[in-house]
Design a binder for this molecule. Structure first.
Ligand code: 4AD
Ligand code: MG
Length: 430
């Protein structure tokens, strides 16, 4: 008999197959038991009829949640379920019992669920979140490979701090000081000068004392860096990329988005072009909307970002922030020295900034001055300055926060549900 996964069931309609599964839930009457089965690839209902086999029916009725088993059954159609198939059970072979599984189908508090994250991952919504996360990663690689990008793996242990020194995790590197990477960007810039269009995907670390639904201490970032590309061209790439990822999730994660109760109309309208406003206009807009807690020169807080993106009900680029509130590497505006050539992409519905990007300073002297102004150690950046010494070119790039993007696509309340094992301000367990 063929051993298959739940995901493969549609290809085996009418056949009797074997599936390794766990019991997610069950209900039964005197004559029939319905087993909610999961095998990691999906969820399916198994139907056990007493009249078919009384012993098997008794076994089914006695199964506890999360007991593992091999199930033999015939694949039939089931038009009432979204999956569209069910299993007419013909045999149950218990592998290992599970008693007193702590996460029952009833509601639990967040702290309890977070303490049991290693088990919580098995539940249907968390399973759906992980599948969407995987789809975003898969679609990203597909998008980039189709366009000839080369993946550059940047180091995790570094001596540089692209995003400012206040949020660094320090560690010892034998007898030297080192930091955990905040961003692979500076290394990607070296990569771009060697390989043209490059990207990286990896964990990044921010020792930010922020406890919001958007902040993780360890998060995964997708970074693009492109040689001979100016900021406006980079914005077009961001629009194409995000559209590709969202449309891929809609196409390939239908069941998961349904499990999560996502309003799909919000995603269907992501079709390639996002509004662009300047930082100056964003401040004016907010002041007109009655936000009197913000003035030119301030960074936006989450209520500000939410008000701007909700106004358009689309992701919005906010362009050209004040030089003083952005990192040292951003290219100066050609006509103004108070703003830089950058943009943050703000997602609607309160998800906040999902992409940060800019054109990079490519003039040697300006970059050297910026490094000094920011109080950075020029010796640690000598290699980065070298990139401006030998055939410097305009180049731009950006970083997309994977968890914030997945939270937006799935409609999750908090980024902690979009990463398998979140590291939060007060949590490093499990
Ligand atoms: O805006 P950030 O800090 O940009 C950079 O690191 C650039 N060096 C990227 C580049 O140009 N290559 O971070 C980029 C994105 C943010 O827009 C946000 O989505 C996400 O990373 N991010 C976080 N996500 C979760 N938790 C945090 N603490 C985050 N900090 C940033
Ligand atoms: Mg940013």
């Amino acid at each position: 008999m063929k051993k298959i996964t739940i995901q493969e069931m549609p290809k085996h309609l009418g056949e009797t197959v074997k599936i390794g599964a766990w019991l997610a839930n069950k209900r039964s009457s005197g004559k029939i038991a319905f087993l909610q089965l999961r095998d990691g690839s999906g969820f399916v209902q198994g139907v056990v009829v007493k009249a078919d086999d009384e012993d098997m029916f008794l076994t089914a009725k006695g199964l506890h949640q999360e007991t593992s088993m091999y199930i033999i059954g015939e694949v039939t159609e089931d038009s009432r379920s979204s999956f569209g198939y069910e299993l007419q059970v013909k045999g149950i072979e218990v592998i290992a019992e599970a008693t007193d599984y702590p996460i029952t189908p009833k509601e639990h508090g967040t702290e309890f669920l977070m303490d049991h994250r290693h088990l919580w991952l098995r539940s249907k919504k968390q399973h759906a979140n992980m599948k969407v996360r995987n789809e975003v990663i898969r679609a990203t690689y597909e998008f980039l490979n189709d366009r000839g990008f080369t993946k550059i793996d940047s180091p995790i242990l570094t001596a540089s701090s692209p995003e400012g020194t206040s949020e660094l995790f320090h560690t010892k590197y034998f007898d030297q000081d080192a930091f955990l990477s905040q961003s692979g960007q500076l290394y990607l810039e070296a990569g771009a000068m060697a390989l043209g269009n490059v990207f990286s995907f990896g964990p990044t670390f921010r020792a930010e004392k922020s406890k919001t639904r958007r902040h993780l201490i360890e998060f995964w970032m997708l970074e693009f860096e492109m040689a001979f590309v100016e900021q406006d061209e980079s914005l077009e790439m961001q629009e194409q990329y995000l559209t590709y990822v969202v449309q891929s999730a809609l196409k390939n994660c239908k069941l998961e988005l349904e499990v999560l109760g996502r309003d799909l109309s919000k995603l269907e309208k992501i079709q390639g072009e996002f509004p662009r406003i300047s930082y100056d206009d964003a401040i004016t807009f907010l002041n007109e909307q009655g936000f009197d807690d913000i003035k030119w020169g301030d960074d936006f807080g989450s209520p500000h970002e939410t008000a701007i993106a909700n106004h358009y009900d689309l992701p919005v680029f906010i362009k050209n922030y004040p030089t003083a509130i952005k990192p040292f590497y951003m290219q100066a505006h050609p006509d103004r020295d108070d703003v830089v050539l950058c943009a943050d992409l703000i997602a609607p519905e309160g998800y906040g900034e999902i992409i940060g990007g800019s054109e990079r300073v490519w003039d040697y002297d300006l970059l050297k001055a910026r490094i000094a102004e920011h109080g950075l150690d020029p010796e640690a950046y000598a290699w980065y300055l070298d990139l401006r010494k030998y055939g410097s070119v305009p180049h731009s790039g950006f970083g997309l926060g994977l968890e914030r993007t997945v939270a937006w696509i799935t409609g999750s309340e908090h980024v902690r549900e979009t990463i398998p094992f979140p590291r939060l301000l007060n949590r490093i367990y499990p």
